[in-house]
Write a protein that binds this ligand. Structure first.
Ligand SMILES: Nc1ncnc2c1ncn2[C@@H]1O[C@H](COP(=O)(O)OP(=O)(O)OP(=O)(O)O)[C@@H](O)[C@H]1O
Ligand SMILES: [Mn+2]
Length: 271
């Protein structure tokens, strides 16, 4: 007769690190005297236990696979994990304490740039995430089946407004629409058929649609072959502390820019 250790034991063989998702103090302390060869990392919205190896999880991911991928990208970014490392993740799906173990290998595709975009932007992580997901969704569905392009400038809105001018009346002039509101998807999809950029505040308020961006473009280094929309997106993030998220009408990809550089490129179909 086989016992459980025998059947599940391979899960633990050759593990380089353990990733604990929001553990309680007592659970975390149990890992104090683990084998020195195994790194223990803490993942959560805050570093509750003053862990040396800590990865911030700034948004709540419902899907555990998303949670794990995001954390591993963060751990690679922070230099806590090397690509190819075998990791054992302990997280809770049903109970408060860890009730689930997942073994994963840290791989290069996890370094897509999403972690850095969420954690190191000036706007709130939830706001960046909402806009990013909106761009991805718009890319997947298009507008009535046709590909559509869109440019979102998120954060540092006052400065962005100073470096742009209106192309048309601003439908958000006196409104208080937030990127997290359910109605926002419908509205943004509707307005994205027309020209210009959306300007969104750090806290997620939609400040304006139809803005023509006029940043200084010198010193902006974006990949060749991208047009005026992407150039404007890159340039505004050099001139201000905003993050720009662009859906390309011509190739359907979603790209993000920060500090005048492209930091992320994803295909909505594979996201
Ligand atoms: N400076 C700008 N500010 C705001 N919107 C702009 C700016 N420049 C271009 N756009 C918008 O981008 C649209 C597409 O322009 P263009 O084709 O040159 O950009 P692109 O980078 O090739 O983007 P796409 O990949 O979507 O075609 C324009 O119709 C306009 O709505
Ligand atoms: Mn174009």
């Amino acid at each position: 007769m086989s016992d459980l250790r025998e059947l599940f034991g391979d899960l633990f063989d050759g593990v380089d690190g353990i990733v604990l998702f929001s553990p309680s103090s007592s659970y975390y302390e149990r890992f104090d005297d683990i084998d020195d060869d195994i790194d223990v990392m803490l993942v959560g919205p805050e570093n509750d236990h003053d862990a040396d190896a800590y990865v911030e999880l700034p948004v709540a991911f419902e899907n555990p696979a998303d949670r794990i991928e995001f954390a591993i990208e963060g751990a690679i970014d922070e230099g806590l994990v090397d690509e190819g490392d075998e990791l054992l993740c302990a997280l809770s799906l049903f109970e408060d304490d860890a009730d689930s173990l997942t073994r994963v290998r840290a791989n290069p595709s996890e370094g897509s740039g999403v972690y850095d975009l969420f954690v190191n932007s000036r706007a709130e992580p939830d706001v960046i995430r909402a806009v990013f997901e909106l761009a991805v969704e718009l890319g997947q569905k298009g507008q009535k089946g046709k590909p559509v392009g869109a440019l979102f400038v998120v954060g540092d809105a006052g400065k962005v407004m100073n470096k742009s001018r209106p192309l048309s009346y601003n439908p958000f002039e006196k409104s208080h629409v937030h990127v997290g509101d359910p109605i926002v998807k419908v509205m943004l999809k509707e307005f994205s058929r027309l020209d210009g950029a959306f300007v969104i505040s750090d806290a997620g308020k939609i400040v304006s649609a139809y803005r023509y961006l006029e940043p200084a473009a010198e010193g902006v280094d974006i990949p060749k072959g991208l047009g005026a929309r992407h150039m404007a997106a890159g340039a505004i993030t050099r001139d201000t502390n905003a993050t720009a998220i662009v859906l390309s009408e011509s190739d359907g990809l979603v790209r993000a820019f920060k500090g005048g550089e492209m930091v992320l490129e994803v295909d909505p179909e594979n996201y």
